[in-house]
Design a binder for this molecule. Structure first.
Ligand code: NAD
Length: 308
């Protein structure tokens, strides 16, 4: 294996990848396919073993096994879990095992204020943190064509990370200081969640009046009410009853909460974000956090499906 401390394009890098779930799996697979030495870590030992069997690399049974990585990518459910993994627990998490100069890239959809706190804690150890959340869902994660929003205070660390990020995404946006990528991601998902809530209400009202759901979605998609949500989520997953986007309801409810909480923390009058937060929180309660996010509409009809 090449020694490639600078992580230059074309040279193999030692990459730790934590969280090989719906998104992390195909992202880590693309890093491995690009020829980098990937060490995966996940709460599920079975997933780690399967990943190594399919894509090579190594499984890190403990966080200490990730020591020696030049880059550590996190793709975990929440920023709180990311902080716990990096600096929490009795042993202080992964950070004490990483050398100075390591770049940690948090690609999860984390909360930006927590990211700034984590950045300060890591910086004290000479470790740089870059936030690089993604958009595009599982299909674009698999294709290596994610949109990536890059925030960070260490310009050199961002440049070192960029070739690695290019193995996972083809649209890279520099958003500004540390946490700005995470703020941007939450705001984007808030827009999508608001579109879903509005389109779901149009479906519920229209159906009660006697319109067929297929007709409503078809006409919205040919008219000014269309959005990514109406064109993909409503058409392919809600009207068909497939409910299989691969993005869990609890994760989107978390993102909306991050965006609305951020507005509150900044003292902004943003009542729509608060209402959308409330609606997604209700859907999570009634439908279940683990269910597909496209099922949220079931939580807002009079007879919610409580299978979750
Ligand atoms: P997921 O639940 O499928 O995957 C999370 C993985 O993390 C699981 O494999 C789990 O075992 C592992 N994990 C959880 N806690 C852990 C811990 N303490 N230590 C080690 N491993 C742990 O979630 P996902 O859909 O892959 O989402 C990951 C992140 O990406 C979230 O922040 C989500 O909001 C964001 N995101 C998801 C999508 C999507 O379409 N699914 C799109 C963009 C962004």
């Amino acid at each position: 294996m090449n020694e490639a401390p600078e992580g230059k394009e074309g040279t193999a890098m030692r990459v730790g990848f934590i969280g090989i779930g719906n998104m992390g799996w195909p992202m880590a697979a693309n890093i491995a396919k690009a020829g980098h030495a990937v060490t995966v870590h996940d709460g599920s030992a079975e997933r780690m073993a399967r990943f190594v069997a399919e894509h090579g690399g190594r499984a890190a049974e403990t966080l200490a096994d990730l020591g020696g990585c030049e880059f550590v990518v996190t793709m975990l459910p929440t920023g709180q879990i990311v902080r716990e993994v990096l600096t929490g627990g009795a042993g202080g998490g992964l950070a004490p095992h990483l050398g100075a100069g390591t770049v940690v890239i948090d690609m999860s959809s984390s909360d930006p204020l927590g990211t700034q706190e984590l950045g300060a804690a890591l910086k004290a150890r000479g470790i740089a943190l870059v936030d690089a959340p993604v958009s595009g869902g599982v299909p674009r994660a698999a294709a290596g064509t994610l949109a990536i929003m890059i925030g960070g205070d260490d310009a050199e660390a961002i440049e070192r990370a960029r070739p690695l990020l290019r193995t996972m995404g083809d649209r890279l946006f520099d958003t500004g200081p540390l946490g700005s990528g995470h703020a941007m991601k939450a705001l984007n998902n808030y827009c999508a969640a608001a579109a879903y809530a509005a389109t779901a209400e149009a479906l519920i009202i229209g159906e009660r009046f006697g319109l067929a759901p297929e007709t409503i979605v078809e006409i919205v998609n040919a008219s000014t009410g269309r959005s990514f949500v109406s064109e993909l989520v409503m058409k392919e997953h809600v009207v068909t009853g497939r409910f299989a986007t691969g993005f869990q309801l609890g994760l989107l409810a978390k993102d909306v909460k991050i965006a609305a909480d951020l507005g509150e923390a900044l003292g902004i009058e943003a009542p729509v974000s608060r209402l959308v937060r409330e609606r997604w929180s209700l859907a999570r309660e009634r439908v279940g956090a683990e269910r597909d996010h496209s099922e949220a509409i079931r939580g807002w009809t009079q007879e919610p499906d409580r299978k979750g």
